[in-house]
Design a protein around this ligand. Structure first.
Ligand SMILES: Nc1nc2c(ncn2[C@@H]2O[C@H](COP(=O)(O)OP(=O)(O)OP(=O)(O)O)[C@@H](O)[C@H]2O)c(=O)[nH]1
Ligand SMILES: [Mg+2]
Ligand SMILES: [Zn+2]
Length: 336
């Protein structure tokens, strides 16, 4: 898989070795005051599809960006051919400051972090109730990444036609996190899209989750086909004949209603880039219980106040188990 993190962008380093006879480039760079504003919709091997006004424009990074990589959701400044006509290529000369960054690493000891989506307001964590089985650890990790990256979480539980949501709702329903449960039938009669849409208005929402949970199915139910057609297809047919998403893709909801970003399924959600002391913020049900903790408590040590807090019945022991497991795997620098 291509990595977009700033550390892995070898392809994009275009500075030549400073050999003799290789004149240093000028330090005076054009300011590009006339550059157009755009938003990155999808990235495919160094080619970025950007929305400029109402056109989709293919672009590549200008040299002056150096190692910086633009990702889906980025606001960028473009120059060059902005006609959006076939075989034209504009240049991205600037990436605007991001309001949020969803990052992940392949696993917890992977030094290469990648930015999945920039500028998203909300993270829709999609979990199937069956096929594939729910994985609370993955949900917890996504919650950590959301809190850390400045995105508000939304839980979406799909395939309630295959299994009941009770167990998962027992774990997450009491948290102050909005959730939606959907089924095959509700996808078909439009209820699923309607219910999810209530949480999307005006926001940029990134959909993440394990492969096969139904992210693309849901996004397609939310975005009419004619809106999807413009950015082309970013799906590969797997061995089993199923379409699996291979690149993140931003799609507009109806006018000014915000954006949804479909992303490829993940097997793990590495958190190597996250300070372990911040993990507790993703457990809002447990956080109040840390008031009695010793200073700089890791929440995974004998004096931690959370054990008593849970024993007193303030929170579900399964949630404390989840927190401890996440902290332990982070410390051992292993995936989960
Ligand atoms: N029974 C049932 N099947 C569903 C539901 N939602 C989606 N599916 C099916 O689940 C399969 C996977 O759906 P996708 O939307 O491709 O899953 P995805 O999360 O986009 O997968 P990746 O792109 O690989 O990450 C498809 O065959 C869908 O038809 C649902 O609510 N109920
Ligand atoms: Mg998909
Ligand atoms: Zn503690």
């Amino acid at each position: 898989m291509r990595r977009y993190g700033k550390h892995t962008d070898e392809d994009d380093i275009r500075t030549r070795p400073n050999r003799k006879g290789n004149r240093p480039r000028t330090h005076i760079r054009p300011k590009h005051e006339d550059a157009a504003e755009g938003m990155v919709l999808t990235v495919d091997r160094g080619r970025l599809t950007c929305l400029v006004e109402d056109r989709t424009v293919m672009a590549m990074k200008a040299r002056e960006l150096g190692r910086k990589a633009a990702v889906v959701g980025d606001r960028v400044a473009l120059v060059g051919d902005l006609s959006g006509k076939k075989d034209t290529l504009a240049r991205i000369v600037r990436i605007e400051e991001r309001t949020s960054v969803l990052r992940r690493t392949a696993d917890d000891d992977d030094p290469y972090e990648r930015v999945v989506v920039a500028n998203a307001d909300q993270l829709a964590i999609v979990t199937a109730l069956a096929d594939p089985e729910p994985r609370p650890r993955l949900i917890d990790r996504c919650l950590v990444a959301a809190f850390d990256g400045g995105l508000t979480p939304l839980l979406v539980m799909t395939k309630s036609d295959l299994a009941a949501p009770d167990e998962l709702l027992g774990l997450y329903g009491a948290l102050d996190i909005p959730y939606v449960v959907t089924s095959r039938e509700e996808l078909e009669n439009g209820d699923a899209a309607d219910r999810v849409r209530e949480h999307l208005d005006g926001k940029i929402t990134a959909f993440v989750g394990h492969s096969g949970v139904g992210k693309t199915t849901l996004v397609n139910a939310l975005v009419p086909e004619e809106r999807r057609r413009t950015t082309g297809h970013v799906n590969a047919v797997t061995g089993r004949g199923r379409h699996t998403t291979t690149s993140a893709l931003a799609l507009p909801l109806s006018d000014d209603d915000g954006w949804v970003v479909d992303t490829p399924g993940v097997r793990s959600f590495g958190l190597a880039h996250i300070d372990p002391s911040r993990v507790i913020h993703a457990f809002p049900d447990l956080e109040p219980g840390t008031e009695g903790c010793p200073r700089a408590c890791s929440h995974d040590e004998p004096d931690c106040a959370l054990d008593a807090w849970v024993t007193e019945g303030h929170a579900d022991p399964a949630r404390l188990y989840s927190l401890r497991r996440l902290l332990a795997t982070r410390e051992r620098k292993e995936g989960d």
